[in-house]
Design a protein around this ligand. Sequence first.
Ligand SMILES: NC(=O)c1ccc[n+]([C@@H]2O[C@H](COP(=O)([O-])OP(=O)(O)OC[C@H]3O[C@@H](n4cnc5c(N)ncnc54)[C@H](OP(=O)(O)O)[C@@H]3O)[C@@H](O)[C@H]2O)c1
Length: 308
Amino acid sequence: MLRFRLCLSFFSVRTVKQLDEVLTAISPKIRALRTSILLSSGDNDAIERTGGMTTLENETGTRELKGKRALVTGGTRGIGAAVVRRLLDAGAEVLTTARSATSTVPEGATFVEADVRTRAGAQALAAAAQEVLGGVDVLVHNAGGAQPYKGTSAIPDEEWQGALDLNYLAAVRLDSLLVPGMRERRSGMIVHVSSAAVPATPPPFLHYTAAKAALENYSRGLASELAPFGIRVNTVTPGRVATPGGEATREQWARLDPAQGQNSATVPLGREGQPDDIAHAVLFLVSDRAGWLTGSNIVVDGGEFPRG
Ligand SMILES: NC(=O)c1ccc[n+]([C@@H]2O[C@H](COP(=O)([O-])OP(=O)(O)OC[C@H]3O[C@@H](n4cnc5c(N)ncnc54)[C@H](OP(=O)(O)O)[C@@H]3O)[C@@H](O)[C@H]2O)c1
């Protein structure tokens, strides 16, 4: 019921200085509202219990992400919204972003409108994260996607660039702005969301899978570089997941090629994925339970695209 959205449109707020002024003016309200949300939400009901064990608590009985500040891109629907909910349930403070505010921002998260495809978008988002959260401990790069084309040669130049910006360079840019703070604190958890379609390389999506392949490669290299600073970098790779974006893309693909797109019969575990299937893997990777995991890629695809 109580939800606060901070809308920072690049059309109306063009510089970081202007952004700072807006945030400075309204941030006390954000904090007051968040406090009342936390006090009134009865969070214990949201904690998942399995066989008598609270999976979101650590051994001292504290919710395992309590005190952590998380930024999730693309958290208004699909996988990103599930990740936001899981992080909130685990006790994190969460800021999320999308290009437009919708009624589906998970309750309890703070929302900032931003387009992660541009450097200006990344800069505004990093400034908002600093102002709203005071820093970022957990960074989940989830926003992504692309529309299919008839074949590789039908993919226009601007779509190649758009796919690279959204699925790869958005992460590089945002990391470059937020990693310095993590290095100073000598701790941080970064998760990049890739796609199980990478090894399959379907021609209608080559712009997308090439960008995600670059993301996976970058993620491994960044993990090596940042490990000495206590920063863990991992990838989660979803298969076919029932989300608004996933369904729309598969419908477009089926229109181009009726034999493709909607076929989930090939998933060995017998069903398509749900957003929470992916969110559970993300939550694990950013928790202390994954304290010795970095540079990994967890493929969550019901067994559809086995990797060697
Ligand atoms: N669903 C699947 O089957 C599947 C399979 C493999 C991999 N994945 C990957 O999983 C991730 C999430 O996919 P999904 O299916 O949950 O997608 P989705 O349902 O389309 O949701 C995407 C989210 O990202 C936001 N977003 C998109 N472009 C953005 C931009 N330029 N700047 C900021 N936010 C942006 C969207 O909000 P706005 O549109 O309002 O900006 C929305 O909140 C993506 O990286 C995707 O590639 C999904």
